[in-house]
Design a protein around this ligand. Structure first.
Ligand code: HC3
Length: 414
């Protein structure tokens, strides 16, 4: 507990009222009315970028000819993303804020350019009720491609507990078999919010998550939090084994997902300096900055452009202005949904399409790790997959100034 710094702003009655309200909330995170100082101006569509903030680690498996070692590099990459996903906003100060709830059709686009070449991010809000975000990240040089979608189901028991719904699929070209690719099906960990009572919220991961591969390996990552094996917060142990043979551990990784971890060959019980084969320390591995187009060049539905006024209001602490700007977007969105309904059509997703049948990764690998082959489509509005043809079409269409104005008016009320 000494690591949690109580937030001075949170000692007041607004925080007490917030704590009271979450004790009785209905599980819809977007309906939580948080006090102003806990509001973030970052939309959840931006969170997809946390998957590839170390592009060379993301692309590395495509250089490894041995399938077991390739699966280990995928596991290593996944572990390095955890700090970015769950602690990069709040690790030291415990100030995990409430992100902006994206509107349907909101997009967040960017690129990382570094030694790994160009890695392109596309993130899109593909569903609003319940909210679901889909993403595609491609490293052009290696051909490594991640796609996935996620939604959250929250409940309250002592604190806010969040079950993540959805999954990710990583495809990695096999360097020893040109033209062939491995597929990795990735499940998402559950989490809960700690430090709420002190007004200093941060995240702890719970239970286990998995990565299972088309090459016959599975990785299980057990999250233990403070006090289980190492007594340190954010602890984990991951084992990689041939699918179905959990006891035949080939490699294991252990440490703290916010700090350093080590990689050993063989099972955890035989860990010693002799079988230490790798390590990771985020302090030695700075992230690569994501490049985003300047606001005036962005599509009107791009997160930072669409929420610019709301972000200004949050930065100034002007909640009346925040409220007015948010409700412009909400009203325009409601009007658009009505219009679509009256015209008997649905909002056309820009980069993703919902499958009607499970695809190979989910159908074949889902049962290995307890994932429903429906992709939990009832809770995410669909089993969402990246649609390269749609993306091509979008790329070749430059918006005119009239189109920009019309989109901003019709969909955002701006
Ligand atoms: C729960 C969460 C929103 C969802 C965030 C997700 C699960 C989104 C997908 C990313 O890939 C991973 C991820 C990381 C953080 C998760 C957020 C942490 C807090 C936020 C709640 C809606 C905010 C709760 C409010 C408060 C004041 C307690 O922080």
């Amino acid at each position: 507990m000494s690591e949690v710094t109580p937030n001075a702003q949170a000692t007041g009655s607004s925080w007490a009222a917030f704590l009271k309200s979450i004790a009785s909330f209905n599980g819809d995170l977007s309906s939580l009315t948080a006090p102003p100082f806990i509001l973030s101006s970052t939309s959840l569509t931006e969170f997809s970028s946390y998957w590839a903030e170390h592009p060379s680690v993301f692309a590395a498996p495509a250089k490894e000819p041995d399938p077991a070692k390739r699966a280990l590099l995928v596991l290593k990459w996944f572990l390095t993303t955890l700090k970015q996903q769950y602690a990069s906003r709040s690790e030291q100060y415990g100030n995990e804020k409430k992100p902006l709830n994206p509107f349907l059709g909101e997009i967040f686009l960017g690129k990382w350019e570094d030694d790994a070449g160009t890695t392109e991010l596309i993130s899109e809000q593909v569903n609003h009720h319940p909210p679901a975000t889909a993403y595609s990240i491609i490293n052009e040089t290696s051909g490594v491609h991640l796609q996935g979608y996620n939604a959250q189901k929250a409940s309250f028991s002592k604190t806010i507990n969040i079950k993540q719904i959805g999954h990710a699929v990583l495809t990695v070209p096999d360097p020893s078999k040109p033209g062939e690719k491995d597929t990795y099906l990735i499940t998402l960990p559950s989490l809960h919010v700690e430090g709420l009572i002190f007004g200093a919220p941060f995240i702890e991961l719970d239970g286990a998550s998995y990565i299972t591969t088309s090459t016959g390996f599975t990785a299980k990552i057990d999250y233990s939090g403070k006090g289980w094996i190492s007594g340190k917060k954010n602890s984990f142990t991951a084992t990689l084994y041939p699918t179905g043979k959990e006891k035949d551990v080939l490699y294991n990784c252990s440490g703290q997902w916010t700090k350093a971890f080590e990689i050993h060959s063989g099972p955890v019980k035989s860990n010693s300096p002799k079988n230490l084969i790798g390590s990771w320390d985020p302090t030695d591995n700075p992230t690569t900055e994501l490049k985003i187009a300047p606001l005036e060049k962005q599509h009107p539905l791009e997160s930072r452009r669409a929420w610019a006024n709301v972000a200004t209001g949050i930065a100034k602490g002007d909640m009346d202005y925040v409220g007015k700007e948010k409700s412009k977007i909400e009203q325009a969105q409601r009007a658009m949904r009505k219009k679509e309904q009256s015209e008997g059509r649905e909002w056309e997703r820009r980069y993703f399409t919902a499958l009607t049948e499970p695809d190979l990764p989910l159908g074949a690998l889902g049962p290995n790790v307890g994932l429903s082959t429906s992709g939990d489509a009832d809770k995410t509005g669909g089993l969402w997959r990246f649609d390269a043809a749609k993306a091509e079409k979008v790329k070749s269409h430059e918006l005119s100034e009239e189109e920009r104005i019309q989109i901003a008016q019709e969909l955002l009320g701006q």
